[in-house]
Design a protein. Sequence first.
Lengths: 190, 576
Amino acid sequence: MNTNILIVGVGGQGTLLASVLLGNLALENGYDVKLSEVHGMSQRGGSVVTHVKISDGKVGAPLIEEGEADIILAFEKLEAYRWLPYLKKDGALYVNTQQILPMPVIMGQAENPADLDRVLQENTGSLKAFDAMKIAEECGSSKAVNIVLLGAASKDLPFSDESWMKVIGENVKPKFVEMNRFAFTKGQQA
Amino acid sequence: MLGNEAFARGAWEAGVRVVSSYPGTPSTEVTENAAKYDEIHVEWAPNEKVGVEVAMGASLGGVRSLSCMKHVGLNVASDSFYTAAYTGVNGGMVVLVADDNGCHSSQNEQDSRFHGRSAGVPVLEPADSQECKDFIKLAYDISEKYDTLVLIRSNTRVSHSRGIVELGERTEREIIPYEKNFRKYVAMPAMARKLHVAQEERLARIAEDSCEWDINDVQMGGDTSIGIIASGICYEYAKDALPDVSFLKLGIVNPLPKKLILDFASQVDKLYVIEEGQPFIEEQIRAWGVPVKGGKDMFTIQGEYSARMIREAFGEDVPEEGIDTSDAPGRPPLLCAGCPHKGLFYVLSKLKTTVMGDIGCYTLAALPPTEAMDSTLCMGASIGMAHGFEKATGSKENTVAVLGDSTFIHSGITGLINMSYNGSKGTVIILDNRITGMTGHQQNPASGKNAKGEPAPAIDLKTLCEACGVKHVVEIDPFEVQDLEKIVKEETARDELSVIITKRPCAMIVKQPDIPNVITDRCKNCRMCMKIGCPAIEIRDGRPFIVSGRCVGCGLCARVCPFDAIESTAKAGEGK
């Protein structure tokens, strides 16, 4: 079994925590796992991507390449589009429908591609587009958007609910654990 | 475990007692993680050169020591590095350098292996997190056995990937008594000549011995028609791409284990060298007269490689490319909402000032909408360049040097002394945000805390500048944009050297009230607020709009609004 998950978003959206959770889940469940992250300049509101490669054998290179991702978790719609070539033909895309316009678009120097929803629909094996931000806010914090997306994607991942709850408990600040567990459940139901 | 975390763990297990580094992506987390171990004295040095010197002193004092830096940091440290390579060590000493293939967070892609070769230092190159830990431990044994400094070369992908790491325990080591030996430690000409001969002999011994080390791994595959020599992360890409061919995975890349390589070359039909960056290994092998079928004639010197790229180069199948999304507008990084630098760059943009820039978050001000930066070269260069520009044009008019507090201490202060000494009338602006921002908020000598987060003396930048002979030093909050504009005009017009210190803490360390601002119906759609480049302000329905979830309530937009149309939601609430 090999599962490649690409987590994409805008610097500051909490993509790193999502990948660390997946890494710990894989470890907890006896898989080999490698993650590759972005630190430094791109974290300042730039386009960010984290690679998560899970295997019941051995993971070699830490990077997922074009056409190799089983799942893309996208924290923002334009970023989902940008990284779409990385998704397998039958891959699953989970996308938070919230949009953050990049500066060139705000400045009127560039335009977002037209008809994003249709393009995403036509180029994915399965698409789940939903307002994860709204659900996160309802659970108590907009920062929980990463956990909501993970909750939604959990049906495609080989980890039990108990395992998820345990790893959330171990990787989130104590006072936010319950809120995040709740957000995870809401993501599952989304 | 993150590669950088594994390096720190390995150093701890190896019994390291002293770490002195300067932060720099992608190396920073090694030192940050080392600081979590009570047994290790960990410090942020003002620059990499001092870091290496502290580690060298600790080695002389008889303990294992470490200094970490990014690739360009090794240039700064090279003065001490090259001669420490002659004298050798007492306690084991390692310099860890993280290159940035692909320029994720750097101004160039230089290849640190050449520093190792040029200085005559053994260079080890790990490929994953487990090797990060194992190789640094081995490096200390090599350092003490052969009496040499050892360079560990990482890069962004190794340092910033996570993998499973098997942990060990720390071995405490006795302090090796220091013995005075001026023939070894005083590098004056007569000694240096002898030390250089000793170094040559040492490297020859390592080149021979390392042929037996298990960090160099010969894997004769089912297919011996193709043999690949690779090291570090490139080995992982090549192995994924061509799992059946034969490999020589090198753990040491300087000096090269010549016999091992010759032996491997003789067993395969076609030899390839796959290495990111310069043809470091390839050229040496070719110089021995060994035929190399493919190397840099197949692969670029720029950026990171991938298994796909290697498959394609060898004519293998690759997954079909799906939809082309290259029309997606770019999303360059930008200064945060609430960032203190925004106030200054709004003013400099408005005044169309020529700005000699520097290395830090503020380099982002070069991008739209502020576009308030004319040059960025390296740490501290802003000041020297502003001085040279003034000497060339004969005028300092509307020209400034801009750099951060940590960068000023790193290597800006010598430039300021030069300006003072050599009769500059220029203006230097120090962006004092009380932290080393871009690398992830490390303490520095002006921030009042040390690497362990304990209180420490804070250098007073104003007093320091005055001591350098600058008569006009002004401190101001960069969000006081009207006053700041006046001061910039005054100081750049003044016929004497001056320094402006803009003081306001980084928005990521001192949280703003987080009460969002709103644009009221007094807005005339003049879009002055768009000129600060705030990520919280968008255009919606043809007018500026503040996205409340992203606004931190800093109020800079309200200060630049000529119609007083922006107010805090707290205030708006009171009015109702």
